[in-house]
Design a protein around this ligand. Structure first.
Ligand code: SF4
Length: 251
C-alpha cells in the first residue's frame, strides 16, 4: 500500500498522522497514529456457514478434531462441556471472518458483549481492532478472528490452565483449516498460551515467532481492550502492526 493511500485510510478513521522531518527513509511512513475506536465500524463478514493432555499448541489436532470441517467444528464447539465455563456462558464464541483469510487474529477469550452476541471482538474493543486492521489496509471481513477460549470466563478473569488446555484443540483445528499466512496475536494471555512462555508481552513484541509444526509466522501486540485502558500504548501497537505488515509482505 502506498504511503498516500495509508494516510487516507488513517484519515478516514479519524487517526491523527504525521511524518518525521528529515531525510526520507522511514520518514514518509505515518507514525504513532493513535487508533480511534469511535471510527466507523467495518461490518463483519457473515459467519462461516479429545481432550488432550500435554499437547503443545500447534501440534496436530486431537483425533476428535482432526477430521472436522468448519461446520462440524462449529457444532462441536457449540455443544462443548469440556470445562466449567460451559456452565456460565450464554453461548460459545467460535470465531468469525473470511475462510480464505491470510491473516488470523487471535485474542484471549470472549468478554461480556461477545458472550451476548456470539462473535469475537465486538463492542469498543472490537471497534478498535477494526481500526487497527484498517490502518494497515485490512478490512475486518478480510481476516479471520478467533480466541483461545470459546467461552467467557466469569468477570473476565484470566483463563485457567485447565480451561485453556481443553479448548486449544479447537483453535488448533481452526488454524489447520484456515492455513493463515500470518497470525497476529493480541494480548499477553493469548501470546503466552500460543507460544507456551511466561515472558511478558513487551518481550514478545517486535519478533517473528513461529507457530506449530507448520511454522506460521506469529506476531504479538497489545489487546485492544488494554489499549482502551492505556491509550499511550497505541503508539507501540502501531509499530507492531507495521511490523506485522512487513513480515507478511516478506512472505
Ligand atoms: S471454553 Fe472451550 S473447552 Fe471450555 S466449555 Fe467452552 S468450548 Fe469447551
Amino acid at each position: 500500500m502506498s504511503s498516500a493511500l495509508r494516510k487516507e485510510y488513517l484519515a478516514a478513521l479519524g487517526l491523527e498522522t504525521w511524518t518525521l522531518r528529515g531525510p526520507a527513509t522511514a520518514a514518509s511512513e505515518p507514525v504513532a497514529a493513535p487508533f480511534d475506536e469511535s471510527a466507523p465500524v467495518v461490518a463483519a463478514a457473515p459467519r462461516e456457514a479429545a481432550r488432550r493432555d500435554n499437547v503443545a499448541p500447534g501440534d496436530a489436532a486431537a483425533p476428535r478434531e482432526a477430521a472436522y470441517d468448519w461446520l462440524q467444528l462449529r457444532e462441536r464447539v457449540a455443544a462443548c462441556t469440556r470445562c466449567g465455563l460451559s456452565a456460565t456462558r450464554t453461548q460459545t464464541v467460535f470465531g468469525v471472518g473470511n475462510l480464505q483469510a491470510e491473516w488470523l487474529v487471535v485474542g484471549e477469550a470472549p468478554g461480556a458483549e461477545e458472550d451476548r452476541q456470539g462473535e469475537p471482538f465486538v463492542g469498543r474493543a472490537g471497534q478498535l481492532l477494526n481500526a487497527m486492521l484498517r490502518a494497515i489496509g485490512l478490512a475486518r471481513e478480510q481476516v479471520y478472528i478467533a480466541n483461545v477460549l470459546k467461552c467467557r470466563p466469569p468477570q473476565n478473569r484470566d483463563p485457567m490452565a485447565s480451561e485453556t488446555m481443553e479448548c486449544l484443540p479447537f483453535l488448533d483445528r481452526q488454524i489447520a483449516l484456515l492455513k493463515p499466512r500470518i497470525m497476529l496475536v493480541v494480548g499477553r494471555i493469548a501470546a503466552q498460551n500460543l507460544l507456551r512462555t511466561d515472558a511478558k508481552l513487551g518481550a514478545l513484541r517486535q519478533q517473528v515467532h513461529s507457530f506449530g509444526a507448520s511454522g506460521v509466522p506469529l506476531v504479538v501486540t497489545y489487546h485492544p481492550a488494554y489499549l482502551l485502558r492505556s491509550p499511550a500504548e497505541k503508539r507501540k501497537a502501531w509499530e507492531d502492526l507495521k511490523f506485522a505488515r512487513e513480515v507478511f509482505a516478506r512472505g
